[in-house]
Design a protein around this ligand. Structure first.
Ligand SMILES: [Zn+2]
Length: 453
């Protein structure tokens, strides 16, 4: 199973073979991984961590020495929810530009969402994405649609897609609203160990004509609402269907307090459910929409302070397993339309770690190690990538590392991001914590904050 996942990934073919890579020594950092925390240097050779110890010296003049003083050395981050926009929407982002944004954000692997044009709902299109991914600077995997064309009617060839390494199936961008089709998908996926049916939970009928959270602000602004109940209903329904079928369901971008509570109860009852939340859903409220700036338009929408508090509780107590970016680039002209006409979505890859540190770790909502569980090893497991990403920083492990300075203060500049798009809602915001170096399969793809190729 994992062999499949590796074979389909970026590591085997196009990326320069590990043997050609220079030795890397990461010096002076503090390692934080699932096993705990310690001060040690890390030596990387041929794509693998070969030594973890004190005061490691470079073995040759060609050795790349990366200064990690004041930094955390962690397993690379893994994003299970990235819109790379290829094929079909290359004016917003490409696999290549998206991967550059990813490594600048500390990500060593991303899972591309299938709501492209055409949709990634067949082996040919999935292969195309994986092949493009070989030229990318991080490990690129792809999710595939649950239904043909993401139309919610007929199941996509889940088995064939699984065979080429796809593990996450989702019609993301739209909710799979038909209960019978969702039931069949969950049932069918049980035949494939590690396959996950992931849901963008918003009841389609309830959110029709809505462009922001339904509440006091939508009423005041005269913008159609998307009620949080639309999410809670689908979350509840899919938990019932998962129990009925023995299937595994993953909820994407949870945004509402009620849904967090439903998932918590389901987990206590032993249901096979996992969930993610995005940085914007623990940072920004629906009040942002008062500016009528479509940069704040996203699905599910930004909600209330109470919802943010619930998301934070869920992240802290284990109800929510993953912080995912839902990185959703759009060309400036598309976002430069009236609020109710603009597409929804915002950038996320280059700010997710800093927002997690600034909004959650610094105020003591979660520990640094919990933050890394949410950003690295939990998503690696859900995406079936745990053999290559998210594992402990230890001898013999593939060298996928994120080295960041947790106290580096910086200001987000939309124009300085690596993404082809600029639709970040955080332009001008001051954040704490910045990636210094990123190592992907033994190659230093980010050094001192800059992408090296
Ligand atoms: Zn979505």
């Amino acid at each position: 199973m994992t062999v499949h996942a590796r074979a389909a990934g970026a590591g085997d073919l196009g990326r320069s073979s590990p043997a050609e890579l220079a030795e890397i020594v990461v010096r002076g950092g503090r390692i934080v991984d699932e096993t705990g925390e310690r001060r040690a240097d890390v030596r990387v050779r041929n794509g693998v961590i070969v030594e973890v110890g004190e005061s490691l010296a470079p073995e040759s003049a060609a050795t790349i020495v990366l200064d990690a003083s004041g930094c955390v050395v962690a397993p690379g981050l893994v994003d299970v929810h990235t819109h790379l926009r290829e094929p079909g929407m290359e004016e917003a982002e490409t696999i290549e530009s998206g991967s550059r944004a990813a490594v600048r954000g500390g990500y060593t692997a991303v899972v591309a969402m299938p709501n492209t044009d055409p949709a990634i709902d067949n082996v040919g299109t999935a292969r195309y994405v994986l092949e493009q991914g070989r030229r990318a600077v991080c490990d690129v995997h792809t999710a595939a649609a649950i239904t043909v064309g993401r139309l919610g009617e007929h199941l996509a060839p889940i088995g064939e897609l699984y065979d080429i390494g796809v593990r996450i199936f989702t019609d993301d961008g739209t909710c799979l609203g038909d209960s019978q089709v969702m039931r069949r998908a969950l049932e069918y996926a049980t035949a494939f160990p590690g396959a996950v049916i992931a849901q963008h939970a918003e009841d389609p009928a309830l959110v029709k004509g809505g462009h922001m959270h339904e509440g006091a602000w939508s009423a005041r602004l005269g913008i159609g609402g998307r009620p949080s109940e639309a999410e809670a209903l689908i979350v509840h329904r899919d938990i019932v269907l998962a129990r009925m079928t023995g299937g595994v369901v993953h909820f994407q971008h949870l945004s509402a307090a009620e849904s967090v509570d439903i998932v918590r109860v389901a987990k206590l009852a032993g249901r096979r459910v996992t969930a993610e939340a995005t940085p914007h859903h623990f940072t920004l409220t629906d009040e942002c929409c008062a500016s009528y700036d479509p940069v704040f338009k996203v699905n599910p929408p930004l909600r209330t302070a109470d919802d943010i508090a619930a998301i934070k509780r869920g992240l802290a107590d284990g109800t929510i397993d993953v912080i995912a970016t839902d990185h959703a680039p759009h060309p400036a002209e598309a976002k430069d339309r009236p609020f109710d006409e603009a597409p929804s979505g915002m950038l996320g890859l280059e700010t997710a770690l800093a927002l997690t540190l600034t909004e959650l770790v610094e105020p003591g909502v979660i520990t640094l190690q919990r933050a890394l569980a949410l950003l690295s090893w939990n998503p690696a497991r859900i995406a079936g990538l745990a053999e290559t990403h998210g594992g402990p920083v230890a001898e013999g492990r593939p060298a996928n590392l994120c080295i960041f300075d947790p106290s580096h203060a910086w200001e987000v500049d939309a124009l300085a991001l690596a993404s082809r798009a600029t639709n970040t809602p955080y332009h001008g915001r001051k954040l704490t914590g910045k990636v210094r170096h990123t190592i992907v399969l033994g190659e230093a793809v980010v050094i001192d904050g800059e992408v090296t190729r």
